[in-house]
Design a protein around this ligand. Structure first.
Ligand SMILES: NC(=O)c1ccc[n+]([C@@H]2O[C@H](COP(=O)([O-])OP(=O)(O)OC[C@H]3O[C@@H](n4cnc5c(N)ncnc54)[C@H](OP(=O)(O)O)[C@@H]3O)[C@@H](O)[C@H]2O)c1
Length: 252
């Protein structure tokens, strides 16, 4: 079966690990990136050197025109898109509620929620059997923050990921009879480009690790493996699910 995977935010962290591992499992991979041109091209070069097929596509997931374009470019280069991982996301934002800034909130939701929803729209147009497609599988990268409102100062981020989960459930039910499976994954704290600066602070890291039942942060590949399982036919009866990949969640 032809398997073409588009990964948004695929040049670093969880998205990059997913792209690399997908390529070794027979997926043709389109790697979307925003600013990480060299990283995206290096991953493509590695995949191609190992005999796989991959392309790198610049595009801002907060911009609808970029989203539409990367879907078109992926199809032109690699054929029909059968799989989508929405990993592009930002955690920087307004901080505590009394410091909220409307523009920062709008940007957070533009990337984490609206961009992700528009990517799902583009995927649904192509994958849905109602539209002549052959079905497909989608994983939206949410966060454990969605479950408890996030760590202190992360309420806006948590709200954006809560929206991802609610949307995933609704979309999954809508698309279930049209051959599309949609699930979300909720990583706990994972060492990636998003968190590495904060985790270099030993006291912060110790505080975080104490709050995780497994007593450690996760690695990007541990999330990527779970994403690949959700994308695969091994998860063929699973849609609208939220999979926690978080070392047991939080001890509170
Ligand atoms: N690391 C964690 O502890 C953790 C926990 C729970 C959930 N998550 C979620 O996991 C996902 C991946 O994060 P990560 O940990 O792998 O961190 P990461 O390495 O920072 O990955 C996020 C990627 O998204 C890209 N991105 C951001 N805004 C974008 C935009 N507007 N358009 C296109 N790409 C954009 C970033 O590229 P630029 O740097 O070029 O903007 C970056 O490559 C995110 O959705 C995040 O919220 C992470």
């Amino acid at each position: 079966m032809n398997k073409t995977l588009l990964v948004t935010g695929g040049a670093s962290g969880i998205g990059a690990e997913t792209a690399r591992r997908a390529a070794t499992r027979g997926y043709k991979v389109a790697i979307n990136y925003r600013s990480r041109d060299a990283q995206a091209k290096a991953i493509v070069a590695d995949i191609v050197a190992k005999g796989g097929q991959a392309i790198a596509l610049p595009g801002d997931m907060a911009h609808e025109t970029d989203i539409v374009r990367i879907f078109e470019e992926t199809e032109r280069a690699l054929g029909p898109i059968t799989h989508l991982v929405n990993s592009a996301g930002i955690s920087t934002g307004p901080g505590r509620v009394d410091a909220y800034d409307a523009a920062a909130l709008a940007n957070l939701f533009a990337v984490n929620v609206i961009g992700l929803m528009l990517c799902c729209r583009e995927a649904a147009k192509r994958m849905s059997t109602r539209n002549g497609g052959k079905g497909g599988a989608i994983v939206n990268v949410s966060s454990m923050a969605a479950t408890l409102g996030g760590r202190l100062g992360s309420s806006a981020y948590a709200a954006s990921k809560g929206a991802v989960d609610a949307f995933t459930k609704g979309f999954a039910r809508e698309a279930a009879s049209e051959g599309i499976r949609v699930n979300s994954i909720r990583p706990g704290m994972v060492l990636s480009e998003m968190t590495e600066r904060r985790l270099q602070d030993a006291a912060f890291r110790a505080h975080i690790e104490t709050s995780i039942p497994m007593r450690r942060v996760g690695q990007s590949h541990e999330i990527a493996e779970a994403i690949l399982w959700l994308l695969s036919d091994e998860a063929s009866f699973i849609t609208g699910a939220m999979l926690d990949a978080a070392g047991g969640g939080y001890i509170i």
